[in-house]
Design a protein around this ligand. Structure first.
Ligand SMILES: [Zn+2]
Length: 235
């Protein structure tokens, strides 16, 4: 059954890079019954040199062994093997990298990978075409819409907002109050290490508390949300 058979509103989260702060994020999401898609770089999971520091916070990707149990119940999507800018890769290199990342993630997690998040938000029609060739059915960018309309192009999805934006709670209230007669989506994205900065965890937990538990909202992964739209459910 598709969510659009029973609901007109759906909420999902999309978090990038597979860093250690995802452990705390997943614990919060699981506690509130929320679902996320985690966009991972299969080629950087065993590469400590990819760690960096942002505003005094250490950002480091997790090794692969603990990831399948951590992300259980959530979705895994591709973010290129080494977080390359897709626009900087020619068609052959891009195709090879997407297929390689997809295969490595499918092998590690034992499930099909059909989603993608653009590293650096870098997207264009050429990259979209290569993604489609590689069996990617939806791809997320980084430009906030502050709106809930279903995406016109599933290979170039703009999220509703990033969690650190000021109007996060205002958007939550608007979404909760909506009584739409056609599908509406709230897609939140970010990086979990950003919660370590400026007491972001407490604010995020308040947001989850407010968004969770509504009878008229479907809580699913990106592939569940966008998969239903792909099969002609848009009205
Ligand atoms: Zn990223």
């Amino acid at each position: 059954m598709k969510w659009t058979d029973r609901y007109t509103k759906a909420f999902a989260l999309s978090y990038d890079d597979g860093v250690y702060q995802d452990i705390r994020l997943v614990e919060i999401l699981n506690r509130y019954g929320l679902k996320a898609t985690f966009n991972l770089n299969s080629g950087l999971m065993n590469d400590p040199s990819s760690a960096w520091e942002a505003e005094g916070v250490r950002v480091e990707r997790m090794p692969p062994d603990r990831l399948p149990s951590l992300y259980q119940g959530h979705e895994i999507a591709s973010h290129l093997t080494r977080h390359q800018n897709p626009i900087g890769l020619d068609n052959d290199a891009l195709r090879m990298d997407i297929l390689c990342d997809k295969a490595a993630l499918e092998d590690l997690f034992g499930c099909e990978v059909t989603g993608f998040a653009y590293p650096f938000g870098a997207a264009d029609s050429r990259v979209e075409a290569v993604l489609a060739e590689c069996g990617i059915s939806y791809a997320r960018g980084v430009q906030s819409t502050h709106a809930f309309d279903p995406p016109a192009d599933l290979l170039h999805i703009s999220p509703t907002c990033r969690h650190k934006e000021e109007n996060l709670f205002e958007l939550a209230e608007r979404f909760i109050a909506l009584q739409p007669d056609c599908p509406r989506i709230f897609l939140l994205w970010g990086h979990s290490y950003e919660f370590d900065m400026q007491q972001g965890w407490e604010r995020f937990e308040r947001f989850c508390e407010r968004m969770a538990g509504h009878d008229d909202i479907f809580y699913g992964t990106c592939s569940e949300l966008f998969g239903a739209l792909r099969t002609g459910e848009r009205r």
